[in-house]
Design a protein around this ligand. Structure first.
Ligand SMILES: Nc1ncnc2c1ncn2[C@@H]1O[C@H](CO)[C@@H](O)[C@H]1OP(=O)(O)O
Ligand SMILES: [Mg+2]
Length: 283
């Protein structure tokens, strides 16, 4: 049977490439920052411009009222962040905005597509490295059209684990994050890393460069596309408490296998975050 979402998938790859070129060519003026939720949560003109380009072209192509859109900058401006059964695009125009502002060379465009609350495909374009990661449910994961798969390491002592610090600087959260990192480092593991973009981190797990990436505080648009890519590369997704992965929960462990995931989960100090789909007055 023909793939009902083939056109959407192919178009997402094209749009991600265009968006990545816009990011690469963004002038100095466009890296001037404004802040969002706090002093270290950054946004630039490019984030907003690229989201408009992506959503604009998707709407022109498919938006006859049947498709919904969840985009990082649209949600920041008050649009709802609720996943329904309708075909829904989940978009982070510039994942790694802090990197982008500083010229730290990992910045990704992340585009995912869900139907009936299930992720159908994901595209992550790491635009400064010119790496196009993509995966269609049931059809494998690719980087620049070459198949990718997760690492086969199941000895935690031989792993590289990725995490990030996020944008919350409250002392209790930072203490928990660093305590978790310290415990994992001292298991010991070969190394701890973080590229500064959740989408790229997930592609690093998918391509076998790292065994696991976990974070509390990420948003659905940071990880939706990467989630399909990790799964299709043979990896798995879990909640930070070992339960099932929930895209809207802002908590995620992605790993090459269950042995590594379970070992990491044992060390994670959980802190509370407000869900992406919580009523707006709670945020
Ligand atoms: N409050 C938060 N806590 C943790 N990670 C966050 C976060 N807000 C955004 N992120 C994302 O996590 C990674 C770095 O921690 C980036 O992918 C960043 O996405 P962004 O660049 O699109 O904001
Ligand atoms: Mg992001």
């Amino acid at each position: 049977m023909a793939d009902p979402w083939q056109n959407e998938y192919d178009f997402a790859v094209q749009v991600a490439r265009v968006a990545g070129a816009v990011i690469r060519n963004a002038g100095e003026d466009e890296t001037k920052v404004q802040t969002k939720s706090c002093a270290v949560d950054l946004v630039t003109q490019t984030d907003e411009r690229v989201e408009k380009i992506i959503i604009g072209s998707l709407k022109e192509q498919f938006g006859n009222g049947t498709h919904c859109f969840i985009g990082e900058e649209s949600v920041a401006k008050g649009e709802p962040c609720i996943l329904t059964d309708k075909p829904t695009w989940i978009i982070d125009p510039v994942d790694g905005t802090t990197n982008f502002v500083h010229g730290f060379p990992f910045v990704a465009v992340s585009i995912a597509f869900a139907v009936n609350k299930e992720l159908e495909f994901g595209v992550v374009y790491s635009c400064l490295e010119d790496k196009m990661y993509k995966a269609r449910k049931g059809k494998g994961a690719f980087c620049n059209d070459e198949p990718i798969k997760v690492s086969d390491v199941n000895d935690i002592n031989k792993s590289i684990i990725i995490s990030e610090h996020g944008t919350d600087r409250s002392i209790e959260k930072v203490t928990k994050i660093f305590s978790t990192m310290q415990k994992i480092l001292c298991i010991p593991v070969h190394g701890l890393r973080g590229s500064g973009t959740a989408a790229t981190n997930m592609c690093l797990v998918a391509s076998g460069a790292s065994e696991a990436f976990f974070e509390i505080g990420i948003h659905c648009w940071d990880i939706a596309a990467g989630a399909v890519i990790v799964k299709e590369a043979g990896g798995l997704l879990l909640d930070v408490d070992g339960g099932p992965f929930d895209l809207m929960s802002r908590r995620m462990v992605s790993a090459n296998n269950k042995v590594i995931a379970d070992r990491i989960i044992k060390e994670i100090e959980i802190f509370q975050v407000v869900r992406d789909d919580a009523p707006i007055q709670k945020k």
